[in-house]
Write a protein that binds this ligand. Structure first.
Ligand code: SF4
Length: 81
């Protein structure tokens, strides 16, 4: 499965599909950005939007660290650190 990446505000966000176990904690934290697809993998909501810090919290809530957050300006990986 292809990994999808989007940019919201200052962050680029990627879900590494092979690492996603469908635990849905990211969705509980940020339902404006994440949803589960028919394969129980996290994908982005159409028109995904949320505060940057909440998106980071959603990524940090993922038990398998399947969500990678990168600073779009510096290119630096913010999470997992
Ligand atoms: S929290 Fe992680 S494992 Fe759970 S649905 Fe989100 S990306 Fe997948």
């Amino acid at each position: 499965m292809e990994d999808k990446e989007i940019q919201i505000g200052k962050y680029k966000i990627k879900v590494v599909a092979k690492d996603c176990i469908g635990a849905a904690s990211c969705i509980a934290v940020s339902p404006g950005v994440f949803k589960l697809d028919e394969n129980n993998k996290a994908v982005f909501v159409d028109g995904a939007a949320d505060e940057a810090e909440n998106i980071l919290m959603a990524a940090q809530s993922c038990p398998t660290k399947a969500i990678v957050v990168t600073d779009a300006e510096t290119g630096q990986q913010v999470w997992p650190d």
